[in-house]
Design a protein around this ligand. Structure first.
Ligand code: FAD
Length: 535
């Protein structure tokens, strides 16, 4: 299963992806879980039809006046499918039958102007609006605060799914915000182009979500983050339209594109972006590496990030993650090769790939790495979109499994990894559920890198509360270590308080002032990214 052959189907509200790709746990994993004290929960997940929803509290006819009756829905399953996102607490709540954050209605505008008109109408009616792209937020970005509003409307961008323009000379493409990542890539490939953006949520996420949450794909070493790719965008707000990006670079004032990127629906609805695209690579080679320990591997990655050459994909698992092969469920918990596994990937012309691979091999070998050949690299490439499918059977089996990420400077990376690992271990062990904490370096820069943690342990009777305690401990450790609360998942509601501490009150006041101008009634994603305005 590679990025080229992922179909995009509508997801079940709490089961990931295409039913055809669903998976079960291998026997080795089941035995290991029993040793960790994992027990199947007494209550199976709620049947969708049995999950109760409050009566919709919005005027559907008023919304239909803007987008047409066919594009407004308040039916049970549609509302459930737009309830929260894909964090483990989001899933656990829905599995427990709690859909209290469901929107009253789902509205699907068909043009930029309809989005502008819809926002104006929602402002008049005092409805909160949740921009909804792929719905894969893992930070509570789709669960705004309802208090003070007459209703909540999910503004699903699905109908804005066109490739509006491709400029092959400048190598840019203008994509509508509701276009699925998978579909954008498919259409670009027909023209011999690629966006090169492959987050692990690729099967579910959309262009607007990438932009609004400043996503980072697994090939970020070669293609950059999504916010690096955007050269222009169009934002619909309750006050009208804001466009930015008349040229690739400009010295005219602060870059307003960067103000909108990462604004998570709190400042407006991004309806299209113009992104840099690249020629589809003729050659792709992925390779595995082994390092004796994490420190040696991290130093090797830093050498590449600082002095080059850079592969297109570059990541390093720690010892624990190396021994639990998340990319290959069949081999999961089967015992890894020992040490720390790294993956390098190269994309480009055959000659360029060969030259870059040879140069990287020289650097990594000199830095203590052992080349394992293409087999483990290819296994990672073809297995990487399978890992999200594992969460469902693990939750079914009674495992609490969740991920979090952070980023810091190289000089602080080792201390950060130790601090977060210890905080998670201490918080969960104190609840009687000692965890497995896995970590990898997921994205590298000249000056630092991001760390991505996967945590697994037995569920207690209250797995949501259990995770909240662990997450708070991790957040506190990230703050105390001086790292950033998020590298690519975003702020949402889950990180809002820690983000406010990180950037300070003046920054929050300045951003809130921008929001007050673009969204004076505060209807856009209230409580996401920024605290609600008082009064
Ligand atoms: C299994 C899994 C793996 C993941 N892997 C990665 C990864 O590798 N890299 C990564 O970066 N992230 C990852 N994520 C997180 C998530 O997929 C990203 O944040 C992604 O960019 C969200 O895109 P989306 O289309 O699903 O957006 P949504 O979840 O629909 O929206 C995200 C936020 O942006 C707002 N929003 C959405 N569209 C717009 C718009 N057009 N205008 C304004 N605001 C908008 C929403 O209200 C919400 O607050 C992962 C999530 C899951 C569940």
């Amino acid at each position: 299963m590679t990025e080229a052959d992922l179909p995009r189907t509508d997801f079940h509200p709490y089961r990931w992806g295409d039913p055809a790709h669903r998976t079960t746990l291998p026997a080795a994993a089941t035995e290991t879980l029993a040793a960790f004290g994992v027990r199947t929960p007494e209550q199976p997940p709620a049947e969708l039809a049995a999950i109760p929803l409050a009566e919709p509290a919005v005027d559907l006819a008023a919304l239909a006046e803007v987008v047409g009756a066919a594009h407004v829905s308040a039916d049970h399953d549609t509302r459930l499918a737009h309830t929260r996102g894909w964090s483990t607490p989001d899933l656990l709540r829905l599995r427990a039958g709690d859909a209290s954050d469901a929107p009253d209605a789902v509205v699907l505008p068909g043009s930029h102007q309809e989005v502008v008109d819809l926002l104006a109408r929602c402002e008049q009616l005092n409805y909160a609006v949740v921009p909804f792209a792929g719905g894969t937020s893992v930070v509570g970005g789709l669960a705004p605060e309802r208090a003070g509003f007459a209703g909540v409307v999910a503004l699903d961008l699905k109908r804005l799914d066109a490739v509006l323009a491709v400029d092959e000379v400048s190598r840019t493409a203008t994509l509508q915000a509701g276009l699925r990542g998978v579909e954008a890539e498919r259409q670009l490939r027909e023209k011999g182009l690629t966006l090169g953006h492959f987050p692990q949520s690729y099967e579910g996420a959309s262009i607007g979500g990438y932009a609004a949450a400043r996503s980072a794909g697994q090939s970020s070493a070669g293609y950059g983050r999504f916010d690096d790719m955007v050269v222009g965008l169009v934002l619909a707000t309750p006050r009208g339209t804001l466009t930015s990006g008349t040229a690739p670079k400009s010295a005219a004032g602060p870059d307003l594109r960067q103000l909108v990127l990462g604004s998570e629906g709190a400042l407006g609805v991004i309806t299209s972006v113009t992104v840099r695209v690249r020629p589809l690579p003729a050659e792709r080679v992925f390779e595995g590496w082994r390092f004796p320990d994490f420190a040696t591997g991290a130093a090797a990655l830093r050498r590449l990030a600082q002095d080059g050459p850079m592969p297109t994909v570059l990541r390093l698992s720690d010892e624990a993650e190396t021994s639990v092969n998340l990319a290959d469920p069949a081999a999961m918990f089967g015992g890894g090769p020992g040490g720390c596994m790294a993956v390098t990937g190269y994309e480009g012309t055959a000659a360029e790939v060969a030259a870059r691979r040879a140069a990287v091999t020289e650097v990594l070998t000199a830095a203590g790495g052992q080349a394992l050949g293409t087999e483990p690299g290819e296994a990672w490439r073809t297995g990487r979109f399978r890992a999200p499918y594992l969460r469902d059977p693990l939750l079914d089996a009674g495992v609490l499994i969740e991920t979090l990420e952070t980023v810091t400077f190289w000089s602080n990376l080792s201390a950060l990894r130790t601090a977060v690992t210890e905080a998670l271990s201490t918080a969960l062990t104190a609840q009687g559920t000692p965890p497995l904490v896995l970590c990898h370096i997921s994205h590298v820069y000249e000056t630092g890198a991001s760390l991505y943690f996967t945590v697994a342990c037995a569920q207690t009777e209250d797995p949501v509360g259990q995770w909240q305690q662990a997450k708070q401990a991790a957040n506190a450790a990230i703050r105390a270590a001086g790292a950033a609360i998020t590298h690519h998942h975003g702020v949402g509601t889950d990180h809002r308080a820690t983000y406010a501490e990180e950037v300070g009150p003046l920054a929050i006041e300045a951003l809130s002032a921008v929001k007050a101008v673009l969204d004076p009634a505060g209807i856009l994603n209230p409580g996401v990214l920024l605290p609600r305005a008082e009064g």
